[in-house]
Design a protein around this ligand. Structure first.
Ligand code: BES
Ligand code: ZN
Ligand code: ZN
Length: 508
């Protein structure tokens, strides 16, 4: 995609279509021709009258002063139940989809709003996320020809610099998010644990980061026995990928680790899944994709502090050597774990990732995991679950979630439930004896493996990592949930402007 910013009047840009979204403004020079002005005016009046979603697509006469054939006027819905800039992003995605339908690719977008940078960023985000269309697995006949979009944003002189910066940042974040979406779509026989780790290493090299990959032998040698156990029933052996981003002049000393569940396919193992859920389980590395997409975006936007991404990659499959229900495993911290279910594998590999985060010297750990069906039942398909005992981290992420489009809800780490993870032979069971509340038990389980003095938040993204029907500007499939959330949280952290006072101590 090509992206330019200019201060030329909208009507003087030569493009295939002029896009004006009512809420973001878009001005014409007073010299612009009359017919263009009258289109603008009647559209504005109609939007104001209807107070509802409205769009207008028309072909302009080629008369003096207008270099474009098409004018696309959009208004976002006035639905104030939708968070923040989401309606604007949706309108932008609709506008881009309309342009695709008419095979228009050079689009000029007018942004003349008092908060032009924020509005421009939302529009670009809607276009980039909405225009994502993964055709890698189609043949030549069913593929549609999609030329790169060529976007020109026009704004005022005063806003130009800020708009440019905001657009560059948005582009980096959305491209990283779309990379994460592609990874999630890639089937397990192509994106094996080795391939996922290799992809992470290539990405690291591209963006000046350091990568270390532990293969199955090294995992065992270093005591990451659990990841090896979870992956041992597969032809495709497990990996741990460690990516280190270290800015040259760090303004933030706090070292953050992003730990991702990277189960490239979850058959359930011997506690095998049913025919309804199993085909979805390519997406079980959505946590690793979120961690990798986040570190890519942080590197590309020059985040000013040290970050380490740790991807726990394994293929949960079945053969004679596969780990069994009834196995007793020893975690790297010395705790023994009774395997009640081989389908509760995510929390197992994460014990290694959390431990490694401590060894890497992280002071804050965020983990991302498509961990339980229970949180999908609780919060539905669009909302991620946040678990943490750290009130500042809770406030930071909830605040980020309110504005970025990755919606989030906090669930409690109920201490009284910890007893249900006990076992008569081992230190812990990987599945609680209590049938209900599985998302909480999984989080309680992880809490045991957070290194001492490390601040920790757990994101169960089993719902929003993937959408079966599509919503807002997301088409069916992977959403890249977590990338925007992390970037927004880290931006608030870097700028020190999140309202810490809002945090309330959890009752439990
Ligand atoms: N990858 C699944 C989580 C999942 C299941 C996501 C269904 C979306 C839909 C995870 O590994 C899993 O199987 N979790 C079990 C845990 C249980 C055995 C304690 C679950 O949620 O059923
Ligand atoms: Zn599972
Ligand atoms: Zn899983």
């Amino acid at each position: 995609m090509k992206l330019t910013v200019t201060t030329k009047p909208l009507e003087q840009i030569s493009a295939d279509a002029l896009i004006v979204i009512h809420e973001a403004g878009g001005m014409l020079a007073s010299s612009a021709n009359k017919s263009l002005h009258s289109h603008f005016d009647s559209f504005k009046r109609s939007v104001e009258r209807k107070k509802s979603t409205s769009e207008w697509f028309c072909t302009l006469e080629r008369d003096s002063g207008v270099k474009t054939e098409h004018l696309l006027l959009e208004s976002s819905s006035f639905d104030d139940r939708a968070p923040h800039d989401e309606p604007l992003k949706m309108a932008a995605a609709r506008a881009a989809a309309d342009c695709r339908n008419y095979s228009l690719k050079r689009l000029a977008v007018g942004v003349h709003h008092p908060f032009a940078a924020g509005k421009a960023a939302a529009i670009l985000e809607g276009i980039l996320l909405g225009d994502f269309n993964d055709q890698r697995f189609r043949n030549k006949k069913t593929r549609t020809n999609r030329p790169q979009l060529d976007l020109v944003f026009t704004t005022t002189k005063e806003n130009e610099k800020e708009v440019r910066q905001a657009l560059e940042r948005t582009r980096a974040v959305c491209e990283a998010q779309n990379h994460a979406r592609e990874l999630v779509h890639t089937p397990h026989h192509i994106l094996t644990p080795a391939k996922l780790a290799e992809t992470a290493a290539e990405l690291a090299a591209r963006h000046g980061m350091e990568a270390e990959i532990l293969d199955e032998k090294e995992l065992r040698r270093q005591g990451y026995e659990i990841t090896w156990q979870v992956g041992r029933g597969s032809e495709y052996p497990p990996r741990m990928a460690i990516i280190r981003y270290r800015p040259k002049k760090p303004a933030i000393r706090q070292h953050i680790a992003l730990v991702g569940k990277g189960i490239t396919f979850d058959s359930g193992g011997l506690s095998i899944k049913g025919v309804a859920t199993m085909p979805w389980m390519n997406y079980d590395m959505g946590g690793a994709a979120a961690a990798l997409g986040s570190i890519e975006a942080l590197a590309r936007t020059n985040y000013p502090g040290p970050v380490t991404a740790i991807l726990c990659c394994a293929h949960n499959a079945v053969d004679g050597a596969a780990y069994h229900p009834g196995s007793i495993l020893t975690a790297k911290n010395g705790d023994t774990i009774w395997v009640e279910s081989t389908d509760a594998e995510g929390r197992l590999v994460l014990t290694d990732g959390l431990h490694r985060a401590g060894e890497e010297g992280a002071q804050v750990v965020i983990d991302y995991a498509t961990l339980t069906g229970a949180v999908v039942s609780a919060l539905g398909p669009q909302i991620g679950a946040l678990f943490t005992d750290d009130e500042e981290l809770a406030s930071l992420f909830l605040h980020a979630g309110e504005t970025c489009g990755d919606d989030l809800w906090r669930l409690p780490l109920v201490r009284e439930y910890e007893q249900h993870l006990s076992h008569y032979l081992a230190d812990l069971s990987n599945k609680a004896s209590l049938k209900t509340g599985a998302g909480i038990h999984a989080a309680n389980f992880l809490k045991n493996f957070v290194p001492a003095k490390v601040r920790w938040a757990h994101l169960d993204i089993a719902g929003p990592a993937n959408t079966k029907s599509g919503y807002r500007y997301f088409s069916k499939g992977a959403t890249g949930y977590g990338v925007r959330l992390t970037l927004e949280a880290m931006r608030l952290l870097a700028e020190g402007d999140w309202p810490q006072k809002e945090a309330r101590r959890a009752k439990w």
